[in-house]
Design a protein around this ligand. Structure first.
Ligand code: UP2
Length: 335
């Protein structure tokens, strides 16, 4: 967590988005007979799954095994996570009348998450636990499209065509997201990450008008909580300056923008996280080592650097490559 605040560290800390999950045989075994959303609601299972990559890779942080759509289900949305597809929403939100299907959530609605965090904090000892939530735009895109999208045509049709409904929807999502993160913070996570995975679908002007105020509402509302806030998106090269204004302590960068260029856009008050291309882990080790050393060298331009991939671990990744990568980052960055 010191790196998140730009404080000196013995080595660059490293963890991986999606470190728990399909790349691990032990995950696939434990998930054989339980659905994804169900697994997120069982604290014993969440604890075991979250610990698997920490034991195997010796990463410097754990990330809570959950999903960005968990708070939407708690808010009353009829959705499922379909393997090979992703989140699928039975009745997409398209009109003002549909908004009523999205209720505010209380800590009780997601009490299983608080229980998971408390169990994990007990098991993890000195290893910090990172909590997370999806950002309003990314959640809105699933709710409006009804599932994953490449074009976001229905999302943008509402954004341009009915700004009043758009801002009402994102404001409600900001409230749900803030409550979900607050539950995790109150239960003891050491940091939180806000995932705006699909913000890269927007121009900077549209991001600033339609998205930034709502992400800033979430991040600003947690300023008093005393834990570092990480804000991440994909395809965000032209959005980094604006994302840096949303109120996070750290900005997660995808693999397309070198970290020395990214920090120039994000500004000297914030640390950076990332940003090895997850696909590099499918190349030979000499390529992984070369690219990891480049990321570490470029990360030194920022006031603080947390090593990560530029997006989540890909399901077919060889887990041994991740274990070797952690060791390399620790060795190369040792001060
Ligand atoms: O089939 C399974 O076993 C469940 C797959 C799985 C899901 N959430 C999961 C896991 C564990 C894992 O990644 O292996 C578990 C999951 N989802 C997420 C996280 C946080 C993180 O990325 O570290 C985590 C926890 C990872 C960890 O604890 O290490 C967050 C998440 N879910 C989602 C998104 C947005 C997005 O990626 O579309 C995002 C934002 C992160 C990102 O951009 O990668 C939505 C989502 N949830 C899910 C999927 C995969 C559906 C499929 O292709 O089968 C998808 C869509 C997708 O990844 O394309 C389900």
């Amino acid at each position: 967590m010191r790196a998140c605040r730009g404080q000196s560290v013995p080595h660059t800390p490293v963890w991986f988005m999606r470190q728990a999950g399909r790349s691990l045989p032990e995950y696939r075994k434990i998930r054989e007979d339980v659905g994804m959303l169900e697994s997120c609601r069982r604290p014993e299972l969440v604890t075991e799954i979250t610990l698997q990559p920490v034991r195997r890779h010796n990463v410097d942080a754990a990330i809570l095994f959950s999903d960005i759509v968990v708070p939407l289900a708690a808010a009353g949305v009829d959705l499922d996570i379909v393997a090979g597809t992703g989140p699928v929403v039975a009745e997409p939100i398209r009109t003002a009348g549909d908004l009523d299907r999205l209720r505010p959530i209380t800590a009780d609605d997601v009490s299983f998450v608080g229980e998971s965090v408390r169990l994990l904090v007990g098991e993890l000892g000195a290893t910090p636990l990172i909590g997370f939530a999806g950002a309003p735009f990314t959640l809105a895109s699933y709710l409006i499209e009804g599932g994953p999208s490449r074009t976001y045509t229905r999302t943008k049709a509402m954004m341009y065509g009915d700004p009043q409904l758009w801002h009402a929807l994102l404001s409600r999502l900001a409230g749900i997201t803030a409550a979900f993160l607050r539950t995790q913070i109150d239960a003891g996570v050491s940091a939180v990450q806000l995932f705006d995975s699909w913000a890269g679908a927007l121009s900077e002007a549209d991001y600033r008008e339609f998205v930034l105020p709502h992400s800033a509402e979430v991040l600003g509302g947690l300023a008093d909580a005393g834990v570092p806030r990480i804000h991440f998106g994909v395809g965000t090269s032209i959005l980094l300056r604006a994302m840096g204004e949303a109120g996070a302590d750290v900005v997660g960068v995808d693999w397309r923008t070198p970290l020395d260029q990214a920090t120039a856009l994000i500004g000297p008050e914030r640390a950076v996280q990332g940003n090895l291309d997850p696909a590099v882990l499918f190349a030979t080790w000499d390529v992984v080592e070369r690219e990891a050393r480049r990321v570490l060298a470029q990360g030194r331009a920022a006031p603080g650097h947390v090593f990560n991939l530029g997006h989540g671990v890909l399901p077919e990744t060889n887990p041994d490559m991740l274990t070797r990568l952690v060791e390399l980052v620790h060795t190369v960055s040792a001060r």
